[in-house]
Design a protein around this ligand. Structure first.
Ligand code: ATR
Length: 279
């Protein structure tokens, strides 16, 4: 947050989020809290940038003292053409969610993979199989992370099979037919579909309650609501559950490190965001 300079607040550098829409993002709450904690005279803003305005926004990024950007839908792919380089990981995911500077070069990174990994690594379990439900952009980050963990048996299933096949070919994993997904139980089930998200799909789930395998772990990348139907039913079936809020906190932590070289306590950040969600 800005430092007090007499009576005037003077932020020296700016970070921000570009997306369309951005009004529900918790990024400003997370990063402004972390900047204030680190005593940095910076501010993090949210900019609603329509697709047609992305080029002009990227000119502004090079002109203004913008230290870094979070990038969200619909710009995660389109933004790449405006950058001086894209990390190998972001290339593998096929999307950039973070911009940062290396000297005079504006680089693209994808911190969703680190965000996804953090809660799994904290669990310390070794999974012998995993199934990704859904085949959108979030599924690509999940597949990159699951392969990073070295899980030997990774499968993907999606309502529209052709999309699952495209990802399976890219990542070298197996496809399971959506209708037959429960016949192919995995130790780790990852929901990357929009089923369960607040809105029209909030009472939907990608997995039938009676079909959770024994001792499985259910991971939902959705964090609003925090306890999706998928996670509630998984817990009732005796599974371990991982919600999407830790992923959000850790992808933000990786961004904060890239921009400031500093860190923040993930558990405190989670508590802060829980209050936001409840509010
Ligand atoms: P993103 O790229 O942000 O991950 P997306 O491309 O809209 O988002 O992906 C949403 C995912 O939720 C897709 O896998 C979608 O399945 P389709 O590819 O068949 O559209 C899945 N999804 C959305 N609504 C669904 C539903 N009612 N039943 C099953 N899957 C659904």
């Amino acid at each position: 947050m800005p430092k007090d300079d007499g009576d005037v607040l003077v932020p020296e550098r700016v970070c921000g989020l570009i997306g369309h829409p951005v009004r529900h993002s918790m990024g400003p709450a997370l990063h402004n809290w972390a900047l204030q904690r680190a005593d940095l005279p910076w501010v993090y803003m949210a900019w609603d940038v329509a697709p047609d305005d992305l080029g002009r926004m990227m000119d502004a990024v090079r002109l203004l003292p913008i230290a870094g950007l979070s990038v969200t839908i619909p710009h995660k792919v389109a933004v790449m053409e405006y950058l001086d380089g894209v990390s190998e990981r972001a290339r593998k995911v096929g999307a950039v969610n973070t911009l940062h500077w290396h000297g005079t070069k504006l680089l693209g990174e994808n911190t969703d993979v680190d965000g996804f990994l953090a809660p799994l690594e904290a669990m310390g379990k070794a999974f012998d199989s995993a199934m990704v439900l859904g085949a959108g952009g979030a599924a690509r980050a999940a597949l990159t992370a699951l392969q990073h963990l070295g899980i030997p048996d990774i499968r993907i299933t999606n309502r529209t099979r052709s999309k699952a096949e495209a990802l399976a070919a890219d990542f070298g994993v197996d496809v399971v037919d959506w209708e037959a997904r429960t016949k192919s139980p995995a130790a780790l089930l990852v929901n990357t579909t929009s089923l369960g998200m607040s809105g029209d799909h909030v009472e939907d789930t990608p997995w039938p309650a009676e079909a959770f395998p024994a001792e499985c772990t259910a991971y939902d990348i959705v964090y609003n609501p925090l306890r999706t139907r998928f996670l509630r039913e998984a817990r009732d079936a005796g599974c371990a559950v991982v919600d999407g809020l830790n992923m959000f906190v850790h992808q933000g932590l990786a961004q904060f490190r890239l921009w400031t070289g500093q860190s923040f306590p993930a558990d405190l950040a989670r508590t802060l965001l829980l209050e936001q969600l409840r509010g």
